[in-house]
Write a protein that binds this ligand. Structure first.
Ligand code: FES
Length: 63
């Protein structure tokens, strides 16, 4: 599913780029693109949070 229509970036690409990302800007840089209209920024921030939560769960499960 496309999350960023302006740049044709799909959710899976954003999820991969969100690993270890600190900001929405980091994610766009990893994708090699720049935000344009900004409508997707909230969704990208949510994807970063999901990746962060998932990484934390993995660490806790490994302990
Ligand atoms: S939808 Fe992502 S910048 Fe417009």
């Amino acid at each position: 599913m496309y999350i960023c229509i302006c740049n044709a970036i799909r959710d899976k690409e954003l999820a991969a780029a969100s690993r270890d990302a600190r900001s929405v800007g980091d994610v766009f840089r990893k994708c090699g693109r720049r935000p344009q209209c900004g409508k997707c920024l909230h969704d990208v921030a949510e994807i970063i949070e999901e990746q962060r939560a998932s990484a934390e769960q993995s660490v806790l499960a490994a302990e």
